[in-house]
Write a protein that binds this ligand. Structure first.
Ligand code: ARG
Ligand code: GLU
Length: 714
């Protein structure tokens, strides 16, 4: 629902967005915050309240969830909030056709009813220390290889210097392309239980059609709880564990929002590349992104047909499909956004500006131009190869088994590696449809044969360009293959007893070597290794060395710019304002959506846009409780100018006082090039409004016991 007054507001306020120094976005290390600018923009708390290693601070409520997402603690009993799509794998694991928590949602009635998730972890950051001087000590006059050696040894020494508790570890990571180093003291909790999740028709409303898109109406949240031993310390899952007592938890605000309110997002952004030269951006935009998009497009189309037709396939492939579709769509938006924001042109201008101030930058840029151009064809082949092996699951399997054979023959299979391979494989087979994948694999091989330059193509692979012929051929190989399970299991495709597969490893290796799909894959892999792998990596090392220099030169030369390190899955703060946008000529996006907008999108029975009966009733009866805003409706999602990326999913969005106002889960499509080139005109992060989250917990799920744990700011 976009109301006219808001449109007008958005239009006049846009120039202000550019005024507050957000030209390049920013994901700041929490120990190096620009408190002054944050306060000027409206922040009412101090930087110390956000991050303080010695006193409880907001950072004690923010965790990395299972290595990939972010989550936050919202009660004194370790209640954890993250995205539905971050907990999706766990919700799926507890689901079956009979007990379909994906479709129906899940709400524990009390702590006893919470579901354990062995293997799921949350990481707290106890401290952050810059350790550049010690890590780079003695490397000044060494060549790259010797310097790297010394850096590795220095890192070990620096680590030894940390006084750690038994449940802590320290990780040292480079920033600014190796011009700086930071140490992170980490505490990992391992007993994390599922507490609640809305049905997918709320938590994933709009699914892939709406993914990355604004205006958005997704209740993308799920709740977990951290458990600890009786001393409140990390412990493996045990019935005797108790809810974790946090040092700090976030109060949850249900106050109305206004456009231009100050907001910040605290979390673990994964990876960005904001300091590339123009040539590298051009390669991403014109070559590697389009290649990766084309591979995924083929896989998605075939999976989608069967998932729509068959419920069992839908559940099996739900998580995988979402993950393939996610980046497929992001890359399409990224390419468009790079073009539209003229990222290459702007970078070229920037390079000229730098050179005019510092002539020593010219040889660096020239070198990068030469290296990226030389690397181009190899990087393109790497893009096709890795995406093909990732999305053709049968080839993923063949790759796993090839690695296994090599380790086995080198005598390197100990019981630990074997166990981890087995658990990886049994997880894989559980959600694998060999017949369906044979079709995907056949099509991807055809695409690869068609798109790959002759020097990179295995001998004789021109024959695979014909998709129809390939489908028959691969289906036949698949039927007679051990890796698909179909040969060994007489047609079935699920190895229910993976131990049995590895009972006689000698025989297994012999059979694998005769396997038609293994043979086919080895032609692909060997050609790739011979023609591309070494070359692309060698050039990458040269690029990395020069990129390090370029980074240092940018920082020395462009004194007015405030630099932040590219995202690297470490804890960061990004700040901005609640704001709509003007993504295209004459198009204005309001900053907030409401439940009315869900009803506008409602398509009964549709797998993406169905709405649960109870939500419709609540809407029709205007049964909004204390969660409606000044419009009389419940706000669902909102956008702001925070600079976020993958990994920020589940990150808390906080207000000027440090209260939780939203849950980050996405970015708007027109701005997804912010990983490479943040543009304040279009780059917006998308959050679920805390009002909607509490409305669903209270009115939809009737899970009042969870609300009672929270500190709600009205
Ligand atoms: N685009 C969001 C992110 O990158 C959400 C992805 C999950 N949702 C989906 N429909 N695939 O994680
Ligand atoms: N959905 C993303 C995630 O999983 C966040 C969206 C983004 O890339 O900004 O982290």
């Amino acid at each position: 629902m976009i109301n006219r007054r808001k449109i007008w507001l958005a239009a006049v306020l846009i120039p202000a967005a550019m005024a507050f120094g957000q030209q390049y976005g920013g994901m700041w290390i929490p120990t190096e915050l620009n408190e002054k600018e944050m306060k000027e923009m409206g922040m009412k708390i101090s930087a110390k309240q956000i991050f303080d290693p010695s006193k409880p601070s907001i950072k004690d409520a923010v965790v990395q969830f299972n290595g990939g997402c972010t989550a936050e603690i919202i009660s004194p009993q370790g209640l954890l909030l993250t995205n539905h799509h971050c907990g999706y794998g766990q919700i799926q694991k507890h689901s079956s056709v009979q007990n379909d928590y994906l479709s129906e949602g899940f709400w524990a009635q009390n702590t006893k009813g919470e579901l354990p998730n062995p293997g799921v972890t949350v990481d707290f950051i106890a401290d952050i220390k810059e350790v550049t001087k010690d890590v780079l000590a003695g490397t000044q006059n060494q060549d790259d290889a010797a310097a790297q050696n010394l850096i590795d040894r220095n890192i070990e020494t620096v680590k030894q210097g940390f006084k750690l508790e038994p449940w802590q570890k320290v990780v040292i990571k480079p920033a600014y392309y190796g011009n700086k180093y930071y140490a992170y003291v980490i505490e990992t909790y391992k007993d994390v239980r599922l507490v609640g999740a809305p049905p997918s028709s709320i938590g994933k409303f709009g699914s892939d059609t709406d993914n990355w898109v604004w205006p958005r109406h997704t209740g993308d949240f799920a709740m977990f709880r951290i458990y600890a031993d009786k001393n409140n310390k990390p412990a493996e899952y045990s019935e005797d564990n108790v809810p974790y007592k946090p040092k700090y938890f976030l109060p949850v605000s249900i106050k109305d929002k206004q456009e231009d309110d100050f907001t910040f997002v605290f979390g673990f952004p994964g990876r960005t590349t904001e300091y590339l030269p123009a040539i590298a951006v051009e390669k991403v935009m014109n070559e590697t992104d389009p290649a990766m998009i084309s591979v995924r497009e083929v896989a998605l189309k075939t999976l989608d047909e069967k998932m729509r037709a068959d419920n069992e396939t839908r559940i099996k492939y739900a998580s995988k499909f979402a993950s393939i579709a996610n980046y497929w769509k992001k890359w399409i938006g990224e390419v468009e956004g790079l073009k539209k924001s003229d990222a290459v042109g702007k970078k070229q201008q920037y390079e000229q500006m730098l050179i005019s101030k510092n002539s020593q930058i010219k040889p660096t840029i020239d070198g990068l131009n030469r290296l990226y151009t030389e690397q181009g064809p190899y990087a393109l082949n790497r893009a096709y190869y890795t995406e093909t092996v990732r999305n053709a699951e049968t080839l993923t399997l063949a790759n796993l088994f090839t690695n296994y054979i090599q380790s086995y023959e080198a005598g390197k299979i100990d019981s630990k590696t074997l166990e981890s391979l087995k658990s990886r494989l049994s997880g894989f087979y559980m959600n694998y449809d060999a017949v369906l994948d044979a079709k995907v694999t056949a099509q991807l091989i055809a695409l690869y044969a068609d798109k790959t330059a002759p020097q990179f193509l295995p001998k004789g692979w021109e024959q695979y360009q014909d998709e129809a012929k390939n489908i028959a051929l691969i289906e036949n190989m698949s039927k007679n293959s051990v890796i698909t399970g179909r040969a060994a299991l007489k047609g079935a495709t699920v190895y229910s007893d993976i131990d049995k597969v590895f009972e006689d490893q000698n025989a297994l290796v012999k059979n694998l070597k005769k396997d038609p799909l293994m043979k086919l894959f080895s032609e692909l892999r060997e050609t790739y290794i011979r023609t591309t792998d070494g070359k692309v990596n060698a050039l990458q090392s040269e690029i990395d060395a020069l990129q390090k220099k370029y980074m240092a030169q940018q920082m020395e030369t462009d004194k007015d710019r405030k630099f932040f390190p590219d995202a690297n899955s470490t804890l960061r703060v990004t700040y901005g304002k609640v704001k709509g946008s003007n993504p295209r000529d004459a198009v204005y996006y309001g900053y907030q959506t409401h439940v009315a907008g869900i009803m506008e999108k409602y398509v009964p029975g549709d797998y993406e846009f169905d709405v649960p009966r109870k939500l419709i009733d609540l809407y029709n009866n205007k049964d909004f409780g204390i969660y409606k805003d000044k419009t009389g409706d419940v706000p669902v999602n909102f956008t702001a100018t925070n600079h976020t990326t993958g990994g920020n999913s589940g990150s808390p969005a906080l207000d000027a006082h440090g209260n939780l106002i939203g849950l980050n889960f996405d970015r708007q499509w027109e701005g997804t090039m912010s990983d490479i080139n943040f543009d304040p005109r279009f780059s917006r992060n998308i959050m679920v409004d805390t009002k909607y989250i509490l409305f669903i917990i209270d009115k939809y799920a009737d899970a009042k016991w969870l609300l009672n744990e929270m500190k709600i700011v009205k």
